[in-house]
Design a protein around this ligand. Structure first.
Ligand SMILES: NC(=O)c1ccc[n+]([C@@H]2O[C@H](COP(=O)([O-])OP(=O)(O)OC[C@H]3O[C@@H](n4cnc5c(N)ncnc54)[C@H](O)[C@@H]3O)[C@@H](O)[C@H]2O)c1
Length: 362
């Protein structure tokens, strides 16, 4: 394994995106979101995902130039059609629009349809938190999760993200899938040639699926499914993960008259690759309309600190709050660089070779 400096990786990503037709300003936004993921230690959604966007643009199912149609725009709310453009660009513009609306109306919200994979939700919630607002965002994703008592993969890993400013060195950012694992982590396990842990996914007979490469193939063929938070049983809360995932699906599809469940399969009627038609939802809450920002931050900080300092389970040395691990990881990655494993190095070499560029020497 080797490590690459963050700035060099950012330049490389911008070069790849611009070489496949993404305008430079947009390429920088895409690279920012991917780098934010690597900085937070979410290896599945950073440089590890670049080849996926590259391949989708080459396949013609994602457009490098983003044209957004405003379907509705009323006071605090808007509905956009992303026309299969760059999800990161759409996400960045949508959250900033939600924030701008919240400056005027106290709340601001944008619902998006026909978008593409927008990366980590935490990037967008962080935008709001840094502008003294609460930020929430949700997105649906390719079908891979079964409902409680089912084996048909219909829901996506449908993440939930909530960000709020604090007086700590980091905002409180809860950002996670509503399934036990997100799909990108399974793809990361495939790159690392590791088995998938039991309990994450099952086959149609309900047996654990731990062969990572087979699982990824089976998910595409819909002959395996990943499990909602809580697993297969109500006694461990399966219905709660399933319910939250369905909530995200509704917010990502119904308000914007968009696609949902199997409509996000990424295949047309003949089984050929087709756009994923993803939907997102963004909400900004202007704290200043409710209370003094300093009072809000003091309370959020106190909640975090009391949780961190509360009594621990025997054998556990630390209690964390959401956003804290990512902050510490960022300090480490900025110092040591972004880790590049062998399979990822190959992806980087392949893209450089195809495009005739030579920025990273691996
Ligand atoms: N775009 C998409 O389609 C899509 C789909 C799924 C997930 N994702 C992204 O993948 C990323 C990772 O998702 P995940 O489900 O693997 O997340 P995860 O299981 O790693 O959980 C991460 C969240 O939990 C918090 N956390 C971690 N350990 C903690 C602890 N001990 N105590 C308190 N909080 C703790 C983190 O601060 C963070 O907010 C997210 O950024 C998410 O947005 C994207």
């Amino acid at each position: 394994m080797t490590h690459l400096p963050v700035a060099q990786m950012h330049d490389f990503m911008v070069q790849i995106f611009t070489n496949i037709g993404v305008p430079e300003t947009d390429a920088k936004i895409c690279a920012d979101v991917l780098i934010a993921s690597d900085l937070r230690g979410i290896e599945s959604h950073g440089i590890g995902r670049l080849k996926m966007y590259y391949d989708r643009i080459k396949q013609g199912i994602q457009k490098p130039v983003t044209h957004i149609d405003v379907i509705r725009n009323k006071y605090a709310t808007a509905v956009w059609d992303g026309n299969h453009g760059m999800g990161h660009v759409i996400g960045h513009k949508a959250m900033q629009t939600a924030i701008d609306k919240a400056k005027l109306y106290g709340l601001g919200s944008v619902a998006v349809r026909n978008s593409t994979h927008y990366g980590i939700c935490g990037y967008y919630a962080d935008m709001a938190a840094r502008q003294d607002m609460i930020g929430l965002t949700f997105t649906n994703a390719r079908p891979s999760i079964c409902p409680t008592n089912g084996v048909q993969p219909l829901l996506g890993t449908n993440p939930i993200c909530f960000g709020a400013p604090t007086n700590l060195p980091y905002p409180f950012i809860y950002d996670a899938a509503t399934s036990i694992s997100q799909r990108g982590k399974i793809e990361q396990y495939a790159r690392e040639e590791k088995p998938t842990p039991p309990y994450w996914a099952i086959n149609l007979q309900g047996e654990a699926q731990t062969d990572t490469k087979k699982l990824l193939d089976d998910l595409i063929e819909q002959t395996a499914c990943m499990l909602p938070l809580g697993g297969t049983e109500e006694v461990t809360g399966s219905h709660k993960g399933y319910g939250l995932s369905a909530m995200v699906e509704i917010l990502s599809a119904a308000l914007q008259n968009g696609s949902y469940l199997n409509g996000l399969w990424g295949r047309d009627a003949e089984g050929k690759a087709a756009p994923y038609c993803l939907g997102h939802f963004f909400l900004a809450i202007n704290i200043d309309f409710f209370t003094e920002i300093e009072d809000f931050k003091a309370i959020v900080t106190d909640i975090c600190v009391q949780l961190q300092n509360s009594k621990r389970l025997p054998g556990r040395d630390r209690i964390w709050v959401a956003g804290e691990k990512e902050y510490e990881k960022e300090l480490e990655v900025r110092k040591n660089g972004i880790p590049i494993i062998a399979n990822l190095a190959k992806n980087i070499r392949d893209m450089q070779e195809e495009l005739g560029i030579n920025i990273i020497h691996l």
